[in-house]
Design a protein around this ligand. Structure first.
Ligand code: ADP
Ligand code: MG
Length: 351
């Protein structure tokens, strides 16, 4: 039978995207400058994420995959000013329950010697063995949802779409992560291994975009650099003192395509949104951008790379379990100001 743990582990790992997100964020948290994501059979057979980060300390082997274990949060105060992506200790624990899962890890002091960690479904360490490895960590997730037949079936049926979705998410991590080399490949059964894309330790996001979307994409882009001073928050329950402590400035920086009127062309999704450099779902913000493009009769899908810089008190990351959907406290006012500012920017760049 299935354990309670297996059934309840639907919180952070709901699809292929959440696996990739959690594993890549762990690499970034570990200070990796090189991250390789390898899919086999679009992720149906396996997803492997290898990094050259700090590695896992032997003192943590026993606890690393237990529910709610995290090495990242040392004091309660840290919760309000999160520097790391992870802080809940749920991803590895869920993956133990939802897949065939193992880790290979090595720290700087280990030489060319690494340790393979295998776990019980509960997250308890099952055993370790010595293997050859460079400094860093490789997490291997095989046959995702193997013990949840209905979800496995769903994944198999929708795998093409799921794979495209996960590529789009990885595009966003690749574009925002300056100084990092992020490569993604896919090995289909009996086929060749194909490289989806690879960045190259670029110092700026523009070069990352060129690596991911092609240098031609850059020709169509204009810089985005907008600044908004927001009124005091009308968020219900917001106290005066909390408002005082919260900066009201919001900047939106990045790159967007010029509003060129022309032949409609089906392009894959090229819109990425970030809050303080974290890839996020921001449907309302996306809608505001696209409305402005529509008013210019732009028929191609516009390229949007927009990073919102704002005080961590001005938004809520805890809306969705995977922390991807973000709620801004000043949303309505911001969206109106944004549309006006974009109109002005486009008027300047109009052909
Ligand atoms: P969280 O990221 O919230 O701490 P996870 O379940 O994602 O929780 O990871 C649990 C712990 O495993 C982390 O706190 C970290 O100590 C360790 N860990 C996971 N992935 C890596 C990695 N790629 N490199 C180094 N340590 C890692
Ligand atoms: Mg994590």
């Amino acid at each position: 039978g299935r354990s309670v743990h297996q059934i309840q582990s639907g919180q952070v790992i709901v699809d292929l995207c959440s696996v990739a997100k959690e594993l890549v964020e762990n690499c970034l948290d570990a200070g990796a400058t090189s991250i390789e994501v390898r899919f086999k059979n679009n992720g149906l057979d396996s997803i492997e994420v290898q990094d050259n980060g700090a590695g896992i300390s032997p003192a943590d082997y026993d606890t690393i995959a237990l529910k709610h274990y995290t090495s990242k949060l040392s004091t309660y105060d840290d919760l309000t000013s999160l520097q790391t992506f992870g802080f809940r200790g749920e991803a590895l624990s869920s993956l133990c329950a939802l897949s065939k899962f193992h880790i290979i890890t090595a720290q700087a002091a280990d030489g060319a010697k690494g340790t393979k960690l295998e776990f019980e479904v509960s997250g308890k360490l099952k055993g370790t063995s010595v293997v050859a490895a460079k400094q860093g960590t490789t997490v291997v997730v095989e046959t995702l949802f193997n013990n949840l037949p209905v979800r496995r079936k769903e994944l198999e049926k929708s795998i093409k779409r799921e794979y495209n979705k996960v590529l789009h998410l990885l595009n966003a991590y690749a574009c925002i992560s300056t100084g990092v080399k992020l490569s993604v490949s896919n090995q289909v059964p009996k086929g060749k291994k194909t490289i989806a894309f690879s960045t190259n330790h670029n110092p700026n996001t523009k070069e990352n975009i060129a690596n991911v979307y092609g240098t031609k994409t850059l020709l169509a882009l204009i810089p985005l650099n907008l600044k908004f001073e927001m009124e005091a928050s009308t968020r219900p329950g917001a106290t005066q003192s909390a408002e005082d402590a919260c900066s009201r400035e919001i900047r939106i920086v990045g790159h967007i395509s010029r509003p060129v009127v022309g032949e409609g062309r089906q392009t894959p999704d090229r819109q990425m949104f970030f809050v303080n450099s974290r890839p996020c779902n921001m449907p309302q913000l996306a809608k505001a951008f696209n409305e402005v493009y529509k008013s210019y009769n732009v028929t191609q899908s516009p390229f949007i790379f927009a990073d919102l810089k704002l005080d961590t008190n001005a938004y809520d990351v805890n809306v969705s379990p995977d922390k991807r959907t973000i709620l801004l406290h000043d949303q309505t006012a911001l969206l109106e100001s944004l549309k006006t500012a974009l109109g002005d920017l486009f008027a300047m760049h109009d052909q």
